[in-house]
Ligand binder design. Structure first.
Ligand code: CUA
Length: 349
């Protein structure tokens, strides 16, 4: 009976692990990255499909285990010196024949249920209302996200980087592109995954029904720093979103003091301008993220570091310490120049 006991122990461990996982579901927290915490209709539909799949698979798993245990318990076995009872070999047994038939039939039906549920989910996602949607072009780069908000007229357009602000309760339509290699956009609390493929344009849509910060992550291996290609969707009330968007449409603010003024001179006199743009200055590089409002972002390097002066200085001095392989080169500056540069960038809200 030892195999039977091991099986029962393994089964009990599996069930208790499943139960504790179910209890561990956190509430919607800032930066939650959890497909089981849904904050919009698209994610909720996908969540329902997941629940159905887990329920069916768990039921099948339990049924198979019960059948197995039952077979072990009922099956003939040899005891001590006695030879095993092989008398049933070659005999046509109706019981096992019927149970195999039933198992195959039930498996086919359950698989069909999953196929139909998956098709229905797909159709429900495609039919979701997109009236009055916010339209954003998302371009994946190694390893950051470029966001181009498209308004009704070209004067309404503006850019953002890595932090996708959206108004609560309004549909959002993303047009997905890639600049270099294939990436994949995934914000589990809001929608499923979608690939960004160079030379192609894909679309995806979602709606955030609850204010909050939802963590997203590139979900397709795209090179050395794929894991550090995170982003955030920040869902906020319409008025707050409008205020944020109005700020983004403005060119960069002027340096507020002499230190920041020196920082701007350092920036404009360095190789930074080859890759970065700051609207309202001569810096117009497009290879790296637009820095016109970098001070308003909560992280730098696509969710890699908090956007604080000390981290920003270390990042500029040697980005490869944090993201080996990143396209940005190290920049050697005197500590005064670095402090001034960091003060200037921090002032660009
Ligand atoms: Cu971009 Cu992985």
């Amino acid at each position: 009976m030892r195999p039977l006991r091991s099986l029962l122990v393994a089964f009990a461990a599996f069930m208790s692990a499943t139960a504790s996982l179910a209890q561990a579901r956190p509430p919607v927290l800032p930066g939650a990255h959890d497909a089981l915490v849904t904050a919009g209709p698209q994610a909720a539909r996908i969540g329902e499909l997941w629940n159905l799949t887990v329920f069916i698979c768990t039921a099948v798993f339990c049924a198979v285990l019960i059948g197995f245990v039952f077979a072990l318990w009922r099956g003939g076995r040899s005891g001590g010196e006695a030879p095993p009872d092989l008398s049933s070999i070659g005999k046509h047994e109706r019981g096992p024949y019927l149970s195999v038939l039933w198992s195959v039939g039930v498996s086919i039906v359950l698989l069909l249920v999953l196929v139909v549920a998956s098709v229905l989910t797909d159709r429900a996602l495609a039919r979701a209302s997109l009236d009055n949607a916010v339209k954003i072009d998302v371009t994946g780069h190694q390893w950051w996200w470029e966001l181009n908000y498209r308004g009704d007229s070209s004067s309404d357009n503006f850019n953002a980087v890595n932090e996708l602000h959206v108004p609560v309760g309004r549909p959002v339509v993303l047009r997905l592109k890639a600049d270099d290699v294939i990436h994949s956009l995934w914000v589990p609390s809001l929608a499923g995954k979608k690939d960004l493929i160079p030379g192609r344009t894909a679309t995806m849509s979602f709606r955030a029904d609850h204010p909050g910060r939802y963590r997203g992550q590139c979900a397709e291996f795209c090179g050395y720093q794929h894991a550090f290609m995170a982003f955030e969707v920040i869902a906020e009330p319409q008025a707050q979103y409008d205020a944020w968007a109005a700020t983004q449409r403005q060119p960069a603010s002027d340096p507020p003091d002499a230190t920041a003024q020196r920082g701007r001179d350092v920036f404009l006199g360095s190789t930074c301008i080859m890759c970065h743009a700051i609207e309202g200055t001569v810096a117009g590089g497009r290879k790296g993220p637009d820095l016109s409002h970098v001070g308003g972002r909560s992280t730098i390097a696509a969710g890699t570091l908090p956007n604080r002066p000390a981290e920003l200085a270390r990042w500029i001095a040697n980005p490869h310490d944090f993201k080996p392989g990143v396209n940005m080169p190290a920049t050697a500056l005197s500590s005064d120049d670095m402090n001034a540069l960091v003060a200037y960038l921090g002032s660009l809200k």
